[in-house]
Design a binder for this molecule. Structure first.
Ligand SMILES: [Zn+2]
Length: 119
């Protein structure tokens, strides 16, 4: 499942709070994705970089709302989360931004159906 889909799923299981990663059933956008993937009480900040390594890779990205440049995707996503709280961007528009920067990976839980087809 893509990170953005995990954020959507996580938004149904924890309360949005951009000031914390994942704490007391509340969390930021990254916390929502982590909660959807591994449960609410099972992860700390460090483990987050293990399950979503691309968030922590060096890559300059600017926040689509305020233009602040961050050295990692985690910074720009956290900045967007704060702007959601201040009603400068909608949750849906934040997802559009996340989809534009997240890896376009295949779901590791699914096999490629083509591999099972014999020609
Ligand atoms: Zn910003």
């Amino acid at each position: 499942m893509k990170f953005s889909d995990l954020v959507v799923l996580g938004s149904t299981i924890i309360e949005f709070d951009p000031t914390v990663y994942l704490q007391d059933d509340c969390g930021c956008l990254i916390g929502m994705a982590a909660a959807a993937k591994h449960g609410i009480h099972n992860l700390d900040d460090g483990q987050c970089w293990v399950i979503f390594p691309w968030l922590h890779e060096k890559r300059e990205l600017s926040c689509p709302v305020c233009g602040t440049v961050f050295p990692r995707a985690s910074g720009s996503i956290s900045c967007v989360a704060v702007h959601i709280a201040h009603r400068k961007i909608t949750f849906d528009d934040a997802l559009v931004y996340i989809r534009s920067i997240e890896p376009q990976e295949f779901d590791e839980d699914l096999e490629c159906p083509e591999e099972r087809v014999r020609i």
